[in-house]
Structure formats: structure tokens, C-alpha cells
Write a protein that binds this ligand. Structure first.
Ligand SMILES: NC(=O)c1ccc[n+]([C@@H]2O[C@H](COP(=O)([O-])OP(=O)(O)OC[C@H]3O[C@@H](n4cnc5c(N)ncnc54)[C@H](O)[C@@H]3O)[C@@H](O)[C@H]2O)c1
Length: 339
């Protein structure tokens, strides 16, 4: 049988995932559990960097999930922060699914939506599970870095049952902060405050979301976190090592996140150990560890390719079930061994 190759557009991905935030969150939690059980292969991400363009990068995330999920492939995601000023999102991505019987690639999906959705779902899962253990649901969200990932994460937090009496926004760009504030009001938030200073935002928030593009830590005073907020540190490089050392830290995968100059990586380099990491989100999901209420709690997820693949498989199956798979005729050519 000749293998078929399909292309799945961003519009199809959007249709397959939007409005299904809780389902996507459950899928992402299941993927974390499979990863924790050793049912996945998730090699190191590979960073392609450009010596003359230090802000830009393209990352390859190959991954494989065994068992019923049975999905294998790679996400290839670009981060070009300069795009934003030109009116284009920072991140763009494709994801290739491979068939494990033949190895053949079977589909190419637009993957920026998949990537944002799995990131947001992972953050929402952490927020819900960690705050449940602390015995109090956060009511005051503070967003640092008001871009695409902040927008998706806010949607997933709400869809997973968090309800805010106030949302604060801080961004280096007042235009981005204002745009996100308008978005929040359109989503029904009544109490939205834009903060010029990050100190004011942190003091006002019991749930803090970092989604900046900072390359190096710029929040270094642990006193800013004395009120023990829950911190979703998605951008990974905002917090100084003293803040990390003062907090109860949970990550997605210890080996992965202790790389690439993340705040926890810098903390490991400074201390020479990993003792400051309490465990993984999978450990939280299985109840092996529980977050304390009287210390700041910081979730630092490196972002696992297995999450992208699990969600991509779901999208592929949905599009196929709808009879809407668009295959490329003759994509594979010259398949006869001797011509
Ligand atoms: N951990 C993960 O799994 C994961 C997955 C996807 C994206 N991310 C990260 O999320 C971050 C946000 O991505 P995005 O697509 O929303 O980017 P974006 O460019 O759309 O938005 C980033 C925003 O941060 C603001 N900003 C930059 N530096 C700041 C600072 N020091 N203080 C306050 N605001 C600042 C920018 O003005 C911009 O509005 C990126 O760092 C990306 O790598 C993490």
C-alpha cells in the first residue's frame, strides 16, 4: 500500500482543540503520567541558533509515546521575538507525525496552536493541582509578559475552573499590556489592572504567570515572594537563583529543565546540586509530593515534545474521523525498488 501524506492547517487544528480545553488538559496530564511511567522517549531538544541573530532560535523536539497513544514524530518550532513588532507572532511551528510500522511521515500539522495549547494546559494543570494541595484556590492572577502564551494560558486557567476577582498585567511594552488588558475585559474580567512596576504586580497576586521572552533573570529579590504565591514560570529565565532557592520547586522533567540557562539550571550551577527541586508535575499528579501553603511554589516546565505529539495525534484522529484529511497526491514517489 502506498503511504499517504496529509497536511493539516492551523484552521483545522484550531477547530479540533478550541472549546475542548478541559479535554486537552486531561490529555496533557495523561501524557505526563505516561512520561513518568517510562512509556515515552523524549530526547533532548536540539537548539539551532544563529551567531549573528542571538535572539532567534529554532528548536527540534523529537518524541515518541508507546501504548494506546502510539504516536511518534517531531515538532520544529521557531522563536523570532522580532516578529512581534512586524505584526507576526513570535513562534511558528510544524509537527511531523511518523508511522511506526514503516517509519514514513504521515502528516505535517501547523503546530503553533498545538504548542500554545499544550503549554497552557500544562500550566493550568499545575495551577489547579498545586493549589488543591495548598488548600486555597488563587483569586488574584498577575501576568508578566502579555503575549500569545499568556492569552492561551489565561483561557486554560479559566476553563479549568479558576475564577479571578482581579487580574494584573505587567509588560515592558505598555502597548502589549494594554492590548492584553482589553482582551481580558472582552473575556469578561471586570477587575483588570495594568502595572508599571513588577513589584506592584507581584504584591497584588497569589498566582503569577511569567510569559516573557527574557533571556536572563531580572527578578532577584526573594522578599517579593514572601506572601507565598503560586508561580507559573513558563518563560523559565525570569527568576534569580535566590528566588528559586527560597521556593518549593516543581518541574516537568528534571533532566530537561536543568539545561539552556533556565533559572533552575543557573541554580544548579550555583549550588552544585538539585536538592532545591521537590519533584515533577507527574509526582504531583500521582500524589507523591504535595505543595506547601506557606512557601512560594514555582512551576518551571521545559516543555516536553511528548505533550505536542499526544495533542497532534488527537487532532489528526479528529480531522480523519471528520473525513477532512487533505492528503498530498504523489507525495511519496519512486517507491519501486528497481524502478
Ligand atoms: N515552557 C514551555 O513549555 C513554553 C512553551 C511555549 C512558550 N514558552 C515561553 O513563553 C514565553 C512567551 O511566549 P509568547 O509566544 O507569548 O511570546 P510573545 O512575544 O508573544 O510575548 C512575550 C511578551 O513578553 C514581554 N516581555 C519581554 N520581556 C519582558 C520583561 N522582562 N518583563 C515584562 N514583559 C516582558 C514582551 O513585550 C511581550 O509582550 C517565551 O519565553 C516562550 O519561550 C514556554
Amino acid at each position: 500500500m502506498t503511504p499517504q501524506f496529509a497536511v493539516i492547517s492551523g484552521a483545522q487544528v484550531h477547530q479540533a482543540v478550541s472549546g475542548r480545553e478541559t479535554e486537552v488538559t486531561e490529555m496533557v496530564e495523561a501524557a505526563y503520567r505516561l512520561h513518568g511511567e517510562g512509556q515515552t522517549a523524549n530526547p533532548d531538544s536540539y537548539f539551532l541558533r544563529f551567531p549573528d541573530r542571538p535572539a532567534d532560535r529554532i528548536i527540534a523536539l523529537p518524541a515518541s509515546v508507546k501504548g494506546d497513544v502510539d504516536v511518534h514524530g517531531i515538532k520544529w518550532i521557531s522563536s523570532f521575538p522580532g516578529n512581534v513588532a512586524a505584526g507576526l507572532p513570535r513562534a511558528s511551528a510544524v509537527l511531523i507525525l511518523n508511522d511506526l510500522h514503516t517509519g514514513y511521515p504521515i502528516a505535517c500539522l501547523e503546530a503553533s496552536i498545538i504548542s500554545a495549547a499544550r503549554t497552557a494546559a500544562s500550566a493550568a494543570s499545575a495551577a489547579v493541582r498545586l493549589s488543591a494541595a495548598r488548600g486555597v484556590a488563587p483569586r488574584r492572577l498577575g501576568v508578566v509578559g502579555a503575549g500569545v502564551i499568556a492569552r492561551y494560558t489565561y483561557r486554560y486557567l479559566r476553563a479549568n475552573g479558576l475564577d479571578f476577582e482581579a487580574v494584573g498585567v505587567h509588560d515592558l511594552s505598555s502597548e502589549h499590556a494594554a492590548g492584553f488588558g482589553d482582551h481580558l475585559r472582552r473575556e469578561g474580567e471586570r477587575n483588570v489592572e495594568l502595572h508599571d512596576s513588577i513589584e506592584g504586580l507581584l504584591a497584588d497576586s497569589d498566582l503569577v504567570l511569567f510569559t516573557t521572552v527574557a533571556g536572563e533573570p531580572y527578578v532577584s529579590d526573594p522578599a517579593l515572594f514572601r506572601h507565598a504565591p503560586l508561580v507559573l514560570h513558563l518563560s523559565l529565565r525570569d527568576l534569580g537563583t535566590d528566588v528559586i532557592l527560597d521556593a518549593w520547586n516543581v518541574v516537568d522533567d528534571v533532566e530537561h529543565v536543568l539545561k539552556a540557562g533556565t533559572s533552575v539550571h543557573l541554580t544548579e550551577q550555583r549550588t552544585g546540586n538539585r536538592d532545591f527541586i521537590a519533584g515533577t508535575l507527574c509526582d504531583v499528579l500521582t500524589g507523591r509530593i504535595a505543595a506547601p501553603a506557606d512557601r512560594p511554589v514555582v512551576f518551571s516546565p521545559f516543555g516536553l515534545g511528548v505533550l505536542d505529539l499526544v495533542l497532534a495525534k488527537h487532532v489528526y484522529d479528529r480531522v480523519a474521523a471528520d473525513g477532512a484529511l487533505s492528503t498530498v497526491p504523489d507525495f511519496f514517489h519512486d517507491l519501486q525498488r528497481y524502478g
